[in-house]
Design a protein around this ligand. Structure first.
Ligand code: UDP
Length: 460
């Protein structure tokens, strides 16, 4: 039986929601934000199950959230894969979590008589074997999707896309600009993919994610909102057999921040010393990797742009380096006089800072939402997964960003950074970003979506 790490009786007597996040940065934050909303706005008791891998620190969360470690066991070589092959690591972790996850839920339900009752389990939708196991527990199941509605539709349609020949290797493919029927404005080159894996392996993984969307469940929760995806949400709802609750943007609705690395707060003082909208903030999120060649061109291009920059260079950012636990070295001789490099930034505060005038991003969904909500125009450099989908929406649908040219060299990088910060195209996307921010904030003012979700959970 799993041991209770803290507050086993937190929220006793109230209906309880059991949440199980995927233990990666981009998935932990939205799940904890949802947990806080269910507790604060819904009056529900909340238990968070968690892995030993990237375990959250209960002391950093409100005392009335109960934490239960499930103590998965991974072989040493499977653990080591985390630094080099994220997906291989994830698949091992998913398999290793099935049995302890079942045991943890069973144990919580045994206690249910004197501890309120378990209304439902909320899982990150990217769990695979764990999600299938959860569907067989006899407890209502909801999945939190930490991607956009557009990405969710792309995944749901994945088998059809394969059958119809839309899933192709995209590098240099002449079909990359071809529209994908039913998923416009997405083109062949924008579809979810995993570079670095061969097409077969990538398709196998995406098919699993797609099939997981058809696991029987009671409802789906999405971290998105009408102001940016009304059309996609309408279509997704028509394609799903269960209710979809668009409760985003979660980071604006809940103050919870979960960070796996300590943020370098000194960069905020550095920003204070800069004029409004003068600095470009550069971050590729928590897991994306770039090659040494691309990294070096980024460094040279940033320094040549003449634009002040705050750059997150985290350990592991450069793929193939000998030691993925140390911060990659900048190329010798690059001029850093206008730049600040940090291993991890307090990103939401950086984006909200008046000195930040642009966001060079990999377009992970959280970063995209954070950029939109602060009205910061973006320079998109998608790496893998849903980042290409998000980039298409950033550049084409919402017009709040520009995509970095495919041919990646220091001259073009410098030009793109200048164009975003002081060019005409930059002005255009900045105006759009300001407008979209206002619309996003109007959505934030409404509690309807989360109230609907709470009512639904109470009805289960
Ligand atoms: N983030 C941060 N500091 C950094 C880099 C990233 O706090 O230096 C946060 C960012 O605010 C976002 C998350 O990490 O909430 C990254 O999630 P996203 O979905 O954008 O990308 P992923 O890391 O999943 O690829």
């Amino acid at each position: 039986m799993p041991s209770l790490e803290r507050s086993p009786d937190a929220g006793a007597g109230r209906r309880r929601v059991v949440l199980f996040p995927l233990p990666y940065q981009g998935h932990l934050s939205p799940m904890f934000q949802l947990a806080a909303l269910l507790r604060d706005r819904g009056g529900l008791a909340v238990t968070v199950l968690h892995t030993d891998f990237n375990a959250p620190d209960p002391a950093r969360h409100p005392p009335d959230i109960a934490f239960v470690p499930i103590h998965e066991s991974l072989a040493e070589e499977e653990q080591a894969a985390a630094a080099v092959d994220l997906h291989a690591h994830f698949l091992s972790l998913d398999a290793a979590c099935v049995a302890p996850f079942r045991a943890a839920v069973a144990s919580l339900r045994e206690k249910a008589e004197d501890d309120g009752d378990v209304a439902c389990v909320v899982l990150d939708s990217n769990w695979l074997a764990v999600l299938a196991a959860a569907a067989e527990l006899g407890v209502p199941l909801l999945a939190l999707r930490t991607v956009s509605a557009a990405t969710s539709r792309n995944l749901l349609a994945f088998r059809r896309l394969c059958d119809d020949g839309y899933v192709v290797p995209v590098v240099n493919d002449e079909r990359r600009d071809e529209p994908v029927p039913g998923l416009e404005p997405l083109r062949v080159g924008d579809l979810v993919r995993y570079d670095g894996w061969d097409v077969e392996k990538s398709c196998e993984f995406i098919t699993k994610l797609s099939d997981a969307m058809r696991v029987p469940m009671s409802g789906v929760i999405l971290n998105t909102f009408d102001a940016i995806e009304a059309d996609e949400l309408g279509k997704l709802q028509a394609e799903l057999s269960v209710r979809a609750f668009a409760v985003g943007p979660l980071h604006k609705l809940s103050p919870e921040t979960t960070t796996l690395r300590p943020p370098h707060r000194g960069c905020l003082a550095w920003l204070d010393a800069h004029p409004p909208r003068s600095v470009i903030y550069v971050s590729m999120g928590s897991v994306a990797k770039v090659s040494r060649k691309v990294f070096d061109e980024m460094a040279w291009g940033l320094s040549a742009s003449g634009v002040p920059f705050l750059w997150v260079v985290r350990p592991g950012l450069v793929g193939g380096e000998d030691d993925a636990t140390v911060v990659p070295q900048l190329p010798d001789g690059v001029d850093m006089s206008r730049g600040m490099v940090v291993p991890w930034a307090p990103q939401r505060e950086v984006l909200a800072h008046p000195a930040t005038g642009g966001f060079w991003t990999h377009c992970g969904w959280n970063s995209t939402l954070e950029g939109i909500c602060e009205g910061v125009p973006m320079l998109a450099q998608p790496c893998f997964s849903d980042q290409t989908v998000n980039t298409r929406y950033v550049t084409h649908q919402w017009g709040v960003g520009m995509e970095l040219v495919k041919v990646f060299d220091r001259v073009r990088v410098g030009e793109a950074v200048r164009e975003l910060m002081v060019g005409e195209e930059g002005d255009r996307v900045r105006d759009n970003a300001r407008r979209l921010r206002i619309q996003a904030n109007q959505c934030v003012a409404s509690t309807r979506a989360i109230d609907d979700l709470v009512e639904f959970v109470r009805s289960l």
